[in-house]
Design a binder for this molecule. Structure first.
Ligand code: DGL
Length: 270
């Protein structure tokens, strides 16, 4: 549980995703909280979560939580939209003695503070969109029009490193034609892989749409939570980083370096 005391404050922050996408959240957390120790778990053996049922995702998410708890984390960030959409309430209930932060609420809360938000497009995996989690969260927070669109090809395109590629531009046009026609003013990237496509998405909408990426907002909400609870690490030293993956270390390293834009060390297979 988050709470103030010296040894607790030095405990690491746990972050999990179905694979590599959560590194976009990891990167922001590292930027905003440079002195925290971070443990990242990528469930690469079971990725993608985005095509699986909520029941299966809840089961995998529970296993990920137990793994991180066994490493003494003080808080867990569910750095996966699909797991946040399908499992966050379940995880909060099952692990009530630890703070669990998902990626949906922080971005929606930030959106609610902005002017001129009238028509929001949400894109994500099939399971995220089907769950209705974003749609519910937005409707509970503000009165706007919401259009949701699953984009199942985006994750494999990003995993292949095809970020600025004709195939990716074709997929964007294929999925997002209706949102463009509807003249949305805001687009929520409801998948942790999608920030890597922010450039081509911005081009597609001719730079007229506000693109919201959950990573930035999650990292700031995490900092706010730790500060409010007095449980931030007060050390002046740079925090350590450990990465765990359930499949190949080498392929995680290769694509991970694309996400983090720096070399990745200390990756262990579990
Ligand atoms: N990282 C996942 C998300 O944010 C997408 C990848 C997957 O389908 O597992 O939804």
């Amino acid at each position: 549980m988050i709470g103030s005391n010296d040894s607790l404050n030095e405990r690491p922050i746990g972050i999990f995703d179905s694979g590599i996408g959560g590194l976009t959240v990891f990167k922001e957390i590292r930027m905003v909280l440079p002195h925290e120790h971070l443990i990242y778990l990528g469930d690469t053996a079971r990725v993608p979560y985005g095509t699986k049922s909520p029941e299966v995702i809840r089961k995998y998410s529970e296993i990920n939580m137990r793994f991180l708890l066994a490493r003494g984390v003080k808080v867990v960030v569910v750095a996966c939209n699909t797991a946040s959409a399908a499992a966050i309430d379940h995880l909060k209930e099952q692990f009530s003695d630890i703070a669990v932060l998902g990626v949906i609420t922080p971005v929606v809360s930030s959106l609610a503070t902005l002017d001129r938000v009238r028509k929001i497009g949400i894109i994500g995996t099939a399971t995220t969109i089907r769950s209705g989690a974003y749609q519910r969260c937005i409707r509970e927070t503000m009165t706007v029009e919401v259009l949701a669109q699953p984009c199942p090809l985006f994750v494999p395109l990003v995993e292949e490193g095809l970020l600025d590629h004709p195939l990716t531009r074709q997929a964007i046009a294929h999925y997002l034609g209706d949102l463009k026609k509807a003249e949305i003013d805001t687009l929520i990237l409801g998948c942790t892989h999608y920030p890597l496509l922010a450039g081509p998405l911005d081009d597609y909408f001719e730079h007229r749409v506000r693109i919201m990426d959950s990573a930035y907002h999650v990292a700031r909400e995490l900092k706010r939570m730790l500060t409010a609870a007095g449980s931030a690490n007060s050390s002046e030293k740079t925090g350590s980083e450990q990465f765990f993956v359930t499949d190949s270390v080498e392929s995680f390293r290769r694509t991970g370096e694309l996400f983090l834009e720096r070399p990745l060390t200390d990756i262990e297979h579990v």
